[in-house]
Design a protein around this ligand. Structure first.
Ligand SMILES: CC(C)(COP(=O)(O)OP(=O)(O)OC[C@H]1O[C@@H](n2cnc3c(N)ncnc32)[C@H](O)[C@@H]1OP(=O)(O)O)[C@@H](O)C(=O)NCCC(=O)NCCS
Length: 168
């Protein structure tokens, strides 16, 4: 059977499906209220990816205000995005959906002239770190005790977007 894939901006009506994935993949999932806040902020671009009619993943970024950055290595970049979330439902992982989400996010960000992306990830999340490294991110720093529940540090990863080819 031929499957169809599509993406759209995340809306309130997606949240029940999104939350069931969120709760499956994260030890401390975002709440419905937090998602509502995130999708109502116009500096964020958050999308869902569907295979046929089922949401298989989602992701989003925050477009930083120019000049607003905490890392000195960002001095040479003009417009930075912060990847705030990305997740794929476990039965659909390792089938290219995460890469597709990242491509969609980067292509949209490049339309806003973004030239750098950074994110935080738990050092224990080796699957995600491997995923990001394979897609061009490298480790640029550590934030101590970033995750409050376990006092776990965050690994900060970043990559330039300028070299990436933009989809038409
Ligand atoms: C990180 C995450 C989003 C990656 O999503 P994903 O859909 O599994 O990613 P992809 O399928 O695109 O890539 C994963 C692997 O599958 C392989 N793959 C891609 N397409 C494939 C296909 N059609 N068939 C088989 N394997 C494939 C890729 O080569 C890749 O391997 P590589 O990283 O060694 O190159 C996912 O693991 C996830 O949701 N994790 C839990 C949430 C999380 O930790 N998010 C990050 C928070 S910082």
């Amino acid at each position: 059977m031929q499957h169809t894939c599509s993406f759209s901006t995340m809306v309130e009506g997606d949240l029940d499906e999104v939350l069931s994935i969120e709760r499956e993949v994260f030890p401390h999932p975002w709440s419905k209220e937090f998602f509502q806040l995130i999708i109502s902020d116009r500096s964020n671009w958050v999308i869902t990816l569907r295979r046929d009619n089922t949401i298989v993943g989602y992701g989003g970024y925050h477009l930083l205000k120019k000049g607003r950055t905490f890392l000195s290595t960002h001095d040479r970049y003009q417009q930075i995005i912060h990847l705030i979330n990305i997740a794929v439902s476990p039965p659909f992982q390792n089938q290219g959906f995460g890469t597709r989400l990242l491509d969609l996010l980067f292509n949209n960000a490049k339309r806003s002239c973004a030239d750098y992306c950074y994110l935080e990830v738990r050092p224990s999340n080796t699957q995600a770190i491997h995923f990001y490294q394979r897609r061009g991110f490298s480790v640029i720093g550590v934030i101590e005790k970033y995750y409050p529940y376990e006092n776990e540090n965050a690994v900060v990863m970043g990559m330039g977007l300028s070299g990436l080819i933009q989809e038409r």
